[in-house]
Design a protein around this ligand. Structure first.
Ligand code: ADP
Ligand code: MG
Ligand code: MG
Ligand code: MG
Length: 398
């Protein structure tokens, strides 16, 4: 096979591909190739030279999803992903994998192998503690989000950047799965835990006050081209060790509200918290409580520092404007945290932190805490503007 025309590669094809397209491996190398993807959309291969231990990751997009042949999504997403990884690598050095090559024919890219890290959601499922996570993830968010805003960037350059990150298919997935289906199941693909069906019907599907607020958030997601966001910043998109944090999988990136990223991080920490809570992991949940607070508070303080050093728009320098802008970001953050808490429990893409809770009573309890908190976060989103506001509400609900 040559690689002049797109096809979906298997392990052997990928082996030939890296030999032909890169000079990472010497001629006498002994290469092994393995598909290691665990997501719903893409194929991820690890190629390693068993003699030298040199390795590389190849991520390729397929034209249909791995879960259903009927769901087609543009393979252009791999261009978006490799390009934003390069951009994030410039703004947030060391916090994303290095990209070695992007191939617009095969719709794949090559990146640094992070197999010596662990996917954070997996680590959290065994109650591991990551003391530097809050510091790293807030640096990642502030340093990737703020520099792409009109506050900092030249407005014409920003519009050029925005054009190159138009991502309709992946935005549609979020518009449906995050902002619509969890609140009415109109596509009949929600996965509500049997014992929780009645409760969800009554407290979510039939709550018109809640749904009005979700509608407002949905249009803010579609219409607020604030910053180049990651778009899928859950704990399954974080590779981590005690010392290092690397954010992967930004294929959902587009110009949207930056609170989307911050809110996703908070909600996914709450899922881990609930798992730790029902399993009585005291030290773990204390660390998570502190981490949730730090994610909010360090985000705020780094945001202010970055703003002061880099604001370029003359009107954005008006007294009070930064405070107003940040308060809007925090409002979006709370709202999105509520949406993510809802959609991972009601919608079709669930999280192991919750689904792995085997005891029915504990599972019901964890789900209802998340959903009750979600409602408050969405409806009263203007009341959450420091870390403690989030953890106080969480503790009120458990
Ligand atoms: P998807 O978009 O399909 O969710 P991800 O980028 O999240 O794909 O990758 C799926 C899995 O592949 C990850 O959970 C991880 O196990 C593995 N993987 C992805 N990128 C790397 C990498 N740079 N190094 C090592 N493993 C990786
Ligand atoms: Mg993924
Ligand atoms: Mg469910
Ligand atoms: Mg992905």
């Amino acid at each position: 096979k040559n690689f002049n025309e797109y096809f979906l590669m298997n392990e052997t094809d990928v082996l030939d591909y890296v030999k032909e397209k890169t000079d990472l491996f010497s001629d006498d190398s002994d290469l092994e190739s393995k598909e290691i993807g665990d997501g719903n959309l893409n194929y991820v291969f690890r190629v390693v030279d068993v003699n030298s231990d040199v390795s590389v990751i190849v991520k390729q997009a397929g034209e249909v999803t791995r879960i259903s042949e009927d769901m087609r999504i543009s393979i252009d997403r791999i261009r978006i992903e490799s390009n934003i990884l390069k951009l994030q690598g410039k703004h947030a050095t060391g916090l994303v994998p290095k990209v070695y090559l992007y191939d617009d024919v095969m719709n794949c890219f090559l990146m640094e192998d992070l197999s010596d890290h662990e996917i954070m959601r997996e680590g959290l499922l065994s109650y591991k503690i990551y003391p530097k996570f809050a510091d790293h993830i807030t640096t990642f968010m502030v340093n990737t989000l703020l520099p792409t805003t009109d506050v900092v960037m030249d407005h014409k350059e920003k519009k050029e950047l925005l054009k190159s990150f138009i991502n309709p298919d992946l935005c549609e997935i979020s518009e449906e799965l995050v902002y619509t289906e969890p609140f009415n199941d109109y596509n009949n693909r929600n996965l509500v835990f049997e014992d929780n069906k009645e409760w969800v019907e009554k407290n979510i599907y039939n709550d018109s006050e809640l749904k009005l607020e979700v509608a407002k958030l949905k249009f803010a997601f579609m219409n607020n081209a604030q910053a180049l966001i990651h778009g899928d910043l859950h704990t399954g998109s974080v590779f981590i060790t005690e010392e290092l944090t690397k954010v992967i999988d930004p294929e959902f990136a587009f110009y949207g509200p930056m609170g989307y990223d911050v809110g996703n991080v908070i909600a996914n920490l709450i899922f881990a918290y609930m798992n730790g809570y029902v399993n009585d992991k005291k030290e773990f949940i204390e660390w998570l409580e502190k981490t949730i607070e730090e994610v909010v508070d360090k985000f705020k303080s780094k945001f202010v520092d970055y703003w002061k050093d880099n604001v370029s728009d003359i009107m954005a320098k008006e007294a009070g404007f930064m405070e107003w802008y940040l308060s809007e970001v925090l409002k979006d953050t709370a709202g999105v945290a509520g949406l993510e808490l809802s959609r991972r429990i009601i919608g079709m893409a669930q999280v192991k932190d919750i689904t792995s809770i085997e005891d029915t009573e504990y599972r019901l309890f964890a789900e209802r805490v998340c959903l009750s908190l979600a409602k408050e976060l969405i409806i009263n989103r203007d009341k959450f503007n420091e870390g403690k506001h989030f953890t106080d509400k969480l503790k009120e609900n458990v």
